[in-house]
Design a protein around this ligand. Structure first.
Ligand code: AAT
Length: 293
């Protein structure tokens, strides 16, 4: 892959444009080479190569992963609930077809089994072929792949998973809306074990604030502990991404054990014990907004 090229002629290239929710703003990238495009039963899937972001994976024109910053998102989504659980053995990832969340979950040695329930088998197959960095652990023997609507699948379990990670698309895209309902969050609560922890990607404040507030307030109706946290995510709308942590009792600050993170053997590039604590500090406008919900 060549470095970012200056001096290219803009109109002699393919371009990718993602339109953010209001429809009049967004992000664009020069496509070096399209690698895969298909229409599945659920959504349009594109994977292409860029100079700046490496390989990019998009669903219905919305960026899901780029090789450059996939670790920002996947580390924040996964390690917060994983480090909060005293001994996570069985984990459920809902969505996450590119494999980034599974890769992060498997960095925890206590994990015996990860079930990934992704609705679209074509996403997983394309990721295995064209996104080797992100999908690197999808063939691990501890991984079980299920191709179903996660909002239905989770209803088959009671007291089964130590951690649930909701790595879903935006509620307005494809089948993502099922993963933002109150019923679904209740089913997740029931499927979790006694010390269960959960995280959900909960969109951004700037463009998709309505969905962020909805996800947070619905999760809060179900779980005794619910806290929103933030992370940078350069290629998602606004770059300021929100996640929601929930648990049956463990508090992400009071019960946090930083030494567990300090002595972690696997490589982490974004998440660390300081980021864990800092991520729960919210700007005043956001704190006020959540208090009023
Ligand atoms: N880790 C990559 C980031 C994603 S991908 C979300 C995945 O959720 C997609 O592969 C999609 O097919 C899957 N999905 C959507 N609806 C369901 C469902 N009902 N059940 C199971 N899987 C589902 C998310 C990026 C967030 C984008 C930010 N703008």
């Amino acid at each position: 892959m060549k470095d970012f090229q200056y001096g290219f002629v803009p109109n002699r290239h393919l371009w990718y444009f993602e339109y953010y929710t209001p429809g009049n703003t967004g992000i664009f990238m020069k496509i070096n080479k399209p690698l895969y495009s298909a229409q599945s039963k659920y959504q349009r899937i594109d994977i292409f190569e860029t100079d700046f972001f490496g390989r990019v994976f998009s669903l219905d024109g919305i960026t899901m992963t780029t090789e450059k910053d996939d670790f920002f998102y996947h580390e924040m989504l996964v390690h917060v609930p994983m480090f909060m659980h005293p001994n996570p053995k069985k984990v459920l990832v809902i969505g996450g077809g590119d494999g980034g969340s599974v890769r992060e979950v498997l960095k925890h040695k206590s994990v015996e089994k990860v079930v990934m329930c992704e609705i679209d088998q074509m996403v997983v197959e394309a990721a295995k072929k064209y996104l080797p960095v992100t999908a690197s652990k999808l063939d691990d023997p501890r991984v079980e792949l299920v191709y179903e609507d996660g909002s239905q699948f989770v209803r088959n379990f009671k007291n089964e998973f130590d951690v649930i990670i909701i790595d879903s698309t935006d509620p307005t895209a494809g089948e993502g809306g099922h993963l933002f309902t109150e019923d679904f969050y209740k089913a997740c609560y029931d499927a979790l074990t006694e010390n269960g922890t959960l995280s959900a990607e909960s969109e951004d404040w700037l463009y998709d604030g309505a969905w962020m507030r909805l996800a947070y307030s619905r999760i809060r109706k179900t779980f005794p502990i619910t806290k929103l946290y933030l992370g940078f995510m350069p290629t998602y709308p606004s770059g300021m991404w929100s996640y929601t942590f929930a648990s049956k009792g463990l508090d992400p600050l009071k019960d946090f054990a930083p030494e567990k993170v300090k002595s972690f053997q696997e490589e982490l590039k974004y998440y660390n014990e300081e980021i864990h604590k800092a991520a729960f500090a919210l700007p005043t406008f956001l704190k006020n907004e959540l208090e009023q919900l």
